[in-house]
Design a protein around this ligand. Structure first.
Ligand code: SF4
Ligand code: SF4
Length: 438
């Protein structure tokens, strides 16, 4: 009988690797010949309804809003000037549907001045109308919902996955833009309670930015929103609720710096800072226009890819695999990771062997070896009611340590997604969703 030493029950720890003191130089990727912008089809999950009044052949200017006709709140901002050469539906993850708008880049930027002409009087409405698609993708609409008033804004200066350094770089290098962004956010929202969350390593110099600075440990997953909520406000999110239901909303540090720059310069920021992790685990930072194909980023970083290699948007713990290098950088793409096919940790259909590794590492203290059985069987309600599905902070550590290679984290995400779809008021089918949009 195989026996394990008691001392082998220790839990591995993952520390956010700091980019200090050898902060890498940021590599700038030139504007691509063609950018692709994703406009989310919020009202038509089939993607059949034409979500934009734009047509192939139309000219667009840098900074111009590309809007869905039925829903002005749904827009993307052109990040180059040029001519629209294609408009096609695109299937995202978890049922999300987008319209991909491809723009052939003109040699020079011609700027749309609509935003610049209005910035003298910053308002929440103005920010909401023009800045939802800046780097960091701030959900400004949350601040304007009278049914769910926000009392506290949390600015997250910690990256959402292990190995990413996008937000810590912003914290270290864009203090003036952050300070401006925080000042404007207070002014336009009237919310005084603004908390800036940073790692222990990056806290120095954060005083004086206009926010209440809170520090979290350098150990992953201390920077995930549910962990921050508990650590800094002493609150937990009730099952099935969103942060706005308890009067809290999160923005990334990059999003706030983007807001600061936009109101300072009159130009809508369009370059995304992305952490690139190569197959050897080396990290570098690049800056590229939103809409740049990932292919150009890996090429600029000297990373070659072959059949079966894995491309991940995000980081190793909770990133999402994509299937083509033509996928563009999006406003919330903080990281791109490439794994070689011969080094992939493949998932499997092996059963749980009850080793307990997942239970020991879970920061939410969930009985995962039991939870996963209900998730695998599609019994999501029971998983939520009896096995704490909603306590999961979505760190991905359980999948990482599971010796049976069970894709636990993916099961968890799917379970939460299916339960969210079954909430009263949510469309249960394509027909229902279309009926609602009429
Ligand atoms: S269940 Fe897994 S993903 Fe969720 S908090 Fe626990 S270890 Fe993290
Ligand atoms: S780590 Fe994997 S095999 Fe071990 S108890 Fe958890 S689910 Fe089962």
């Amino acid at each position: 009988m195989l026996q394990r030493s008691f001392f082998n029950l220790s839990v591995p720890k993952f520390y956010y690797p700091s980019i200090l003191p050898d902060r890498p130089a940021v590599q700038t990727i030139p504007a691509p010949e063609k950018t692709t912008l994703f406009l989310e089809n919020r009202f038509d999950p089939t993607g059949k309804q034409k979500p934009t009044t734009l047509s192939v052949g139309d000219e667009v200017k840098t900074g111009q809003k590309l809007t869905a006709p039925d829903d002005p709140a749904c827009y993307i901002t052109a990040t180059v000037s040029g001519k629209i050469v294609a408009i096609e539906p695109f299937d995202g993850d978890y049922g999300r549907q987008f319209t991909a708008i491809a723009v052939e880049t003109a040699p020079k930027d011609t700027h749309d001045e609509e935003f610049a002409n209005l910035i003298e009087k910053p308002t929440l409405d103005l920010a909401e109308q023009f800045l939802a698609a800046v780097p960091g993708a701030p959900q400004l609409a949350l601040l304007a919902n009278p049914e769910k008033p926000i009392k506290t804004i949390i600015i997250n200066g910690v990256d959402k996955d292990f190995l990413l350094c996008t937000n810590q770089y912003v914290i270290d290098t864009e203090r003036q833009a952050l300070k401006n962004g925080i000042r404007i956010l207070k002014e336009i929202s009237g919310i005084e309670s603004i908390v800036l969350v940073v790692n222990e390593t990056h806290v120095r110099g954060c005083a004086g930015l206009g926010a209440d600075v809170k520090m979290v440990a350098d150990e992953y997953p201390a920077g995930l929103p549910l962990m921050i909520l508990h650590k800094t406000l002493g609150q937990t999110l009730p099952p099935g609720k969103q942060f706005e239901d308890i009067g809290v909303c999160f923005f990334s540090a990059e999003a706030i710096a983007s807001i600061g720059k936009a109101f300072e310069t009159g130009r809508i920021p369009n370059r995304k800072l992305v952490t690139v992790i190569d197959p050897q685990g080396e990290r570098r930072l690049v800056i590229a226009r939103i809409g740049t194909p990932i292919r150009l980023i890996t090429k600029a970083c000297g990373i070659t890819t072959g059949n079966g290699d894995r491309i991940i948007l995000g980081g190793p713990m909770n990133g999402t695999t994509i299937y083509t290098l033509e996928h563009p950088v999006m406003p919330d793409t903080d990281g791109v990771m490439i794994q070689n096919s011969n080094e992939l940790a493949l998932s499997s259909d092996y059963p749980c062997v009850n080793c307990g590794d997942c239970v020991r590492i879970c920061p939410a203290l969930i009985q995962i070896n039991l939870l996963v059985r209900f998730l695998e069987a599609g019994q999501f309600e029971q998983a939520a009611d009896e096995y704490d599905l909603y306590s999961c902070v979505e760190c991905g550590l359980c999948s990482y340590v599971c010796p049976a290679r069970i894709p636990i984290f993916q099961h968890i995400r799917l379970g939460k997604y299916e339960l969210a779809r079954s909430l009263p008021g949510e469309p249960q089918s394509v027909e229902e969703a279309n009926a609602e949009s009429e």
